[in-house]
Ligand binder design. Sequence first.
Ligand SMILES: [Zn+2]
Length: 252
Amino acid sequence: MSMVTDAIVLHAFDYLETSRILRLATRDGGVLSVIARGARRSTRRFGSAMDLFAEGSATIAYRPGRDLHPLESFDVRAGHATLGNDLDRFMSAAMLAELVMRTMSESDHGAAFLALAGALARLQGRVGEEARAEGLASAWMLVSSLGVAPTIESCARCHATLEVDADAWFSAAAGGAVCDHCHASARAGRLLPAAARRTLADWLAGVDTPVPAALELRAHVRLLREFVQRHLTDDAELRAFAAWAERFVGRP
Ligand SMILES: [Zn+2]
């Protein structure tokens, strides 16, 4: 059966003489591996820019139960080639693509796809620290779209409402902010200052918020890494994530 769906290229490599194999984030079928036969010989069916992060409409000969599906055509709408013009921008995009590749399931109903598409569009105009910070904000938005957002307003363990605009404990293991009582009994978590807590809430909600200072950004990256490893990737190695996180270190 043929499936026509919006898609973004998460990973691409040449296969044999003439073909290309792609990992696609699709709006309707989660992450799918497809083979574009003859893609390197003819650009007629597949467009000229079927590279990393290209976004468009894919027609896939979807075969339930299979690991690899023939790609019938791919109409590129946004090539996103300029994502590669700035290293921080590229690394942010690669980190987000990796998160999607590892976490998006076939039953995802498009929310993660839309979060990724939005992030790639916003990254276009950003360079350096702004691009890194956009990656961070978009990663939390993506986590939220996957339905595993951390709790911020109430205790993740006992559900007690937490004081607004105050410092709070944050425990990746518990699934978000925890009250003093739960923090004392669990003996885990780190202090999330009020400002950082507010920023995190804005990122999760997809609300524009000022970019925090470098030191604060680094603490946010640690928080994201702990949360993602705990709730999304089972401690699997995240290479693009590690390379992106490395960019925050040692920079004023
Ligand atoms: Zn509690």
